[in-house]
Design a protein around this ligand. Structure first.
Ligand SMILES: [Zn+2]
Length: 347
């Protein structure tokens, strides 16, 4: 399944606008929805010389070939150096690749915007993610958006559009990218070879590309290790569990936020599901563990779950740099185990 099918409604909307494109479009939405793939497919569709009936690029004409090889003369991709796929060239002598789109990258567009286009008369600039620009860089881009070059489309992709300069946002037509329909998302994951698609999709909050990323990743190891402990409920040994999880957290490099923070965030989702189950509502994230969650919720009560859910916010704040990660986990897990301690009656 391709990205145009996954986001069929939005794709049709984009295609309907081919004839009267704005100067800039901003695709915003949650991480893992496939915004970048969608923007790229739309760029390909616009540059293709023989688009298919649904508007998708043919993948065979010279323009499609150039785009696939990364040398289409009328296309530019601006993304942080750290995200570029051409690793290993090491031109900077081991210098760490930038996590930001640099002002030089934006200024580099100047020449591109002021020479004639090569084919079809349209230029496309894809910027991803648009929030990865500091103020100076964003202002350099703003100048280009304020004096639009003819026959030029800026496609901005953002996980956090609210973090962009308001002046940039106001120069773009916003296109919120929604969660895809559940059946389309499940079909997408089946195509991507993800077993147990429903489970990962729920854990990813409905975002299929994030779900595919979770499956088999370091993140899934983190989740499995955490679940093994939390699912014990009243039988949890907080000290042993803290030691085990501390090892997993320390082995986990890479990823975005600190592993401890991610671990606590998954624990918060588990607590959220426990609260839902305590209120006799369907769980949201850990659908594969629904039965266990319902049993555990019955062994606790809504008030204690709510109180500990609130307390977990504080844990999350301190999770980036705990003084001692094992003690931090012990403390958290002691609080968790207390949720299932017998109620003190007769007082
Ligand atoms: Zn083509």
């Amino acid at each position: 399944m391709n990205i145009a099918t996954l986001h069929a409604d939005l794709w049709q909307h984009l295609q309907a606008r081919r004839g009267q494109l704005p100067h800039a479009l901003l695709l915003g939405g949650l991480r893992g929805l496939g915004k970048f793939a969608l923007a790229r497919a739309f760029a390909a569709s616009l540059l293709c010389e023989r688009p298919q009936v649904g508007g998708e690029a043919c993948a065979a004409c010279p323009a499609c070939n150039w785009l696939a090889q990364g040398n289409h003369p009328d296309f530019r991709l601006l993304q942080p150096e750290a995200m570029a796929e051409t690793e290993g060239e090491d031109e900077e002598g081991g210098k760490k690749a930038s996590q930001q789109i640099t002002i030089d990258q934006v200024r580099g567009l100047d020449d591109f915007l002021h020479v004639g286009t090569h084919r079809a008369g349209l230029r496309v600039i894809l910027i991803h993610p648009a929030e990865a620009m500091n103020r100076n860089t964003a202002n350099a881009l703003l100048k280009m958006l304020e004096e639009p070059a003819p026959a030029t489309l800026f496609l901005l992709v953002s996980h956090e559009p609210e973090r962009l300069l308001p002046t940039i946002r106001s120069r773009c037509q916003s296109l919120p990218v929604p969660l895809p329909a559940a059946d389309a998302a499940a079909a997408w994951l089946a195509d991507a070879g993800v077993a147990d698609a429903g489970r990962w999709l729920a854990l990813a909050g409905g975002a299929p590309l994030l779900a595919a990323e979770l499956d088999g990743s370091g993140e899934s190891r983190l989740i499995e290790a955490l679940l093994e402990q939390l699912a014990r409920g009243p039988a949890l040994d907080p000290l042993a569990a803290a030691t085990a999880l501390d090892k997993v957290v320390k082995a986990e490099k890479g990823g975005g936020a600190a592993p401890m923070k991610r671990l606590i965030e998954w624990a918060q989702k588990w607590l959220f599901d426990l609260s839902l189950a305590a209120a006799h509502l369907p769980v949201r994230y850990f659908v594969g563990e629904r039965t266990r969650i319902e049993q555990l919720a019955a062994a606790s009560d809504a008030a204690r779950l709510l109180a500990f859910g609130r307390k977990s916010l504080q844990y999350r704040r301190h999770a980036e740099h705990p003084l001692n990660s094992r003690l931090f986990l012990e403390d958290f897990l002691l609080g968790y185990a207390a949720l299932f301690a017998p109620r003190q009656e007769g007082r």
